[in-house]
Write a protein that binds this ligand. Structure first.
Ligand SMILES: [Zn+2]
Length: 294
C-alpha cells in the first residue's frame, strides 16, 4: 500500500465509490466522502493537478526539481461520485476524467461485480451453486469474506458470453437480497443525462468498456465490441472524441491491447499502484486511492 507522502513521481489516482458511510463487506473499493476530501487536500498540497493527457504525454522527461503532477480519474461513472466527489472537484476547478462502462449506464443497472459481491456477502446461509463448483456460504462471516474473492475471480475470468448464464444462476439463488443489491446507493450508475450534467470544462470521458468484464478471456469479436463499440457509443452520446480506454480491473494482455489500439485509443489506463514513469508508450498506470495509507 503506497503512502501519499512516499510517492516520488507523477501519478494518476483513481476512485470508485465515494459514499457517506462505508460497508467494506459489500463495497471493497469505496472511500467515504470525508476520506475523499482529505485525499484531495493531500494530493493538492503535494501535486499540481493537470489533465490526464498532460501527464501521459509528458512522461520520460523527469521531474527535475519541479512540483509533481497528478491526474484524477473516477471509475464506473457512479451516481455517488456525481453526488459526493464531483462537487468537491468542481469547487476546486480541477480537471478530471470519468471512465464510463456503457452497458451499465445505458441499462441503468449496477455493475455485475458489485451485485455479485453484495449477494455473496449478504444472502442467507446456503450452498451456492456456481455451475462448475459449489460454495458453502453456511460459514462464519469472516470465512464468507474470504470466499468472496475467489467467487469474483472465478466469474470475472469467464468470457462475457460464459459469464451471463452463471450470473443468472447465482442471482436466482440470491433472490432474498438481490432487490437490495439492485437499489444499493453506492452501486447506482449515472445515466447519460446525469453524465451530461456533471461534464463541463476540465472533464474528459474515457471508455471503461461496454460490459465491464476482464478482457483477458474475450474472443476477437467481443474485444472489438468492448473497445470499438463503447468508443462509438460515448462519442455519439457526448459529441466529443474519446481517446482514452480504461481496462476493467486493470487487466490487459497482447490481444486486448491490440484491440484497444485498433479501435483508435491514444491512451490505455491500467491500475497497478505505480507512478506513471513505471510504464512507457501508451499504457498509463494508476494508483487506486482506496489503497492509499495516511
Ligand atoms: Zn471499473
Amino acid at each position: 500500500m503506497p503512502a501519499l507522502d512516499a510517492i516520488s513521481g507523477d501519478a494518476v489516482f483513481t476512485w470508485h465509490g465515494v459514499t457517506p458511510r462505508l460497508d467494506p463487506t459489500v463495497d471493497a473499493f469505496a472511500v467515504t466522502k470525508e476520506t475523499f476530501r482529505r485525499q484531495l487536500d493531500a494530493i493538492e498540497k503535494r501535486f499540481d493537478i493537470v489533465p490526464l493527457t498532460t501527464i501521459a504525454k509528458g512522461r520520460g522527461t523527469g521531474c527535475n526539481g519541479r512540483r509533481l503532477l497528478a491526474a484524477l480519474t473516477l471509475d464506473d461513472a457512479l451516481r455517488c461520485q456525481a453526488e459526493h466527489a464531483i462537487p468537491l472537484i468542481r469547487d476546486r476547478q480541477l480537471p478530471f476524467t470519468i471512465c464510463v462502462p456503457t452497458d451499465a449506464m445505458s441499462a441503468g443497472l449496477p455493475l455485475w461485480s458489485l451485485l455479485l459481491r453484495y449477494c455473496v456477502s449478504t444472502t442467507a446461509p446456503k450452498i451456492l451453486n456456481l455451475g462448475c463448483m459449489q460454495v458453502n456460504l453456511a460459514v462464519s462471516a469472516e470465512c464468507r469474506r474470504v470466499l468472496i474473492g475467489p467467487v469474483l475471480s472465478l466469474v470475472g475470468n469467464l468470457s462475457g458470453s460464459e459469464r451471463q448464464p452463471v450470473l443468472d444462476q447465482i442471482f436466482s439463488q440470491c433472490r432474498d437480497v438481490l432487490p437490495a443489491a439492485l437499489q444499493h446507493e453506492a452501486f447506482q450508475p449515472m445515466n447519460w443525462d446525469e453524465l451530461d450534467q456533471v461534464r463541463g470544462p476540465g472533464c474528459d470521458i474515457a471508455s471503461h468498456s461496454c460490459a465491464h468484464g476482464s478482457l483477458l478471456r474475450e474472443d476477437e469479436i467481443s474485444l472489438m465490441r468492448e473497445t470499438r463499440i463503447s468508443k462509438r457509443i460515448i462519442e455519439a452520446r457526448t459529441g466529443i472524441p474519446c481517446s482514452v480506454f480504461c481496462f476493467p480491473y486493470g487487466d490487459y494482455d497482447a490481444e486486448s491491447l491490440a484491440a484497444a489500439r485498433d479501435a483508435g485509443y491514444r491512451w490505455l489506463l491500467t491500475t497497478c499502484g505505480t507512478t506513471v514513469d513505471a510504464f512507457g508508450g501508451d499504457i498509463v498506470p494508476r494508483i487506486d486511492a482506496c489503497t492509499l495509507v495516511g
